[in-house]
Design a protein around this ligand. Sequence first.
Ligand code: 5RP
Length: 233
Amino acid sequence: MSAETDPVKVMKQEVGKAAAQRVQSGTIVGLGTGSTTAYAIQYIGDRIKKGDLKDIKGIPTSFQAEVLAKEHGIPLTSLDAVDHIDVAIDGADEVDPQKNLIKGGGAAHTREKVVDSLADQFIVVVDSGKLVERLGSTFKLPVEVIPMAYAPVMRAIEKLGGKPELRMGVKKAGPVVTDQGNMVIDVTFDSIDNPGELEKTINNIPGVLENGLFVGVANVVLVGEVKDGQPLV
Ligand code: 5RP
């Protein structure tokens, strides 16, 4: 355990470790994206180095996850080389009481949805600040679009009642570009009453690749909480 004192980071670290401890030898593991999953990747690597975890193969959900996995000595494979994924570990930006999620804060939700949906067990790792009663209440919904279609997609989203913004990169020098070479539109909705319907409706707009609503995909949600100064998972 490191000497990290920031309570949110401590929650992320503990929950990442708890998820890494659930990984078993001889399995194919989906490796999510973001600061919480980064801890899980680190602890999986530590277990491999200690000899506690053998014959693991990871499937990264982003360039970031791929780089981290290599750094921590996790052997990688790809979806064309395996016929299943045993477990996927990934973070989320919001989690509702039905375990539905908003993801895509790291612009990786398209590949994350592919990998997380294929896993026999999808474990979500979050700090307690990500829990919401209703999706969309604290986080904008990310939508990945092909670049030539961003303007008509934004207009179509406005007609659905959303307020779209093109996600800009550092110092707003240009739009954020995904691992697939696309753009991300972040959408504010007054209320997401039916996440499953909205997920399909948005994905049906020509030019949309994938949106960040994950409905009925998560099996387990591990929540890091701090109580009396002590992290709980
Ligand atoms: C990336 C994601 C991340 O999992 C999500 O943004 C949570 O990240 P963090 O663990 O850093 O809070 O969906 O596209």
